[in-house]
Design a protein around this ligand. Structure first.
Ligand code: MN
Length: 199
């Protein structure tokens, strides 16, 4: 078990009440951040974002990630987001783009598996261009290898998101339903919506 970074800092603060930063910069060499934001917009979906070239490459996954390696999930590419967006949890005004409630459903760091020893040495940007991204996630809910594969190119670009069959794969887990709340504040979508709406 890893030592919890900023444990005392987190214990002293109620992040439901304060807007102070929560995330530790726990990145080691070669590690970059990822985040999965649960987004209750016109359709509930999960925005998977990974740090790449100073921004967050993003995909919307309507059904959310699965820890079962036999399950493929549709992932639709969306526009790059700023790195700072990884900490955003709150409300987007109803009439604005993406209007609705945003929750930090999972967050952590990732490693590019293709750059590992004995792999093909492709950088994350080369992997993106290739249409095959393999990342090892160290999140609070998701761990282990995940693969993104581009299945349709062009205007209607589509990708598939899938757990790699490794020691972290688990067909019995279903974190979308059993761990629905924020890793940042512990809040549910309803609580975020209510509390942020009151401000
Ligand atoms: Mn979204």
């Amino acid at each position: 078990m890893k030592k919890e970074i900023l444990k005392e800092y987190h214990q002293k603060r109620n992040f439901n009440k304060t807007t102070e930063p929560f995330r530790a910069n726990s990145k080691k060499d070669g590690e970059k951040i990822f985040v999965i934001q649960k987004h209750d917009a016109s359709n509930l979906h999960y925005d998977f974002r990974i740090e790449m070239d100073g921004a967050l490459k993003s995909w919307a996954i309507p059904k959310g990630p699965s820890t079962d390696p036999s399950v493929k999930r549709l992932a639709m590419p969306t526009e790059d987001h700023p790195i700072e967006y990884a900490d955003f949890e709150g409300l987007i005004p109803e009439k604005e783009y993406g209007g609705g409630t945003v929750m930090v459903w999972d967050a952590g760091t990732y490693r590019n598996i293709r750059e590992d020893k004995d792999a093909d040495g492709k950088t994350i940007a080369e992997s993106y261009d290739d249409g095959k991204i393999e990342v090892w996630l160290e999140g609070k809910k998701l761990q282990g290898g995940y693969v993104l594969i581009r299945t349709v190119s062009g205007k209607k670009e589509r990708w598939l998101f899938k757990k790699i069959d490794d020691e972290e794969a688990d067909a019995r887990r279903n974190p979308i339903s059993t761990e629905p709340d924020s890793v940042l504040t512990g809040r549910s979508i309803e609580e975020i919506s209510k509390q942020e709406g009151e401000e």
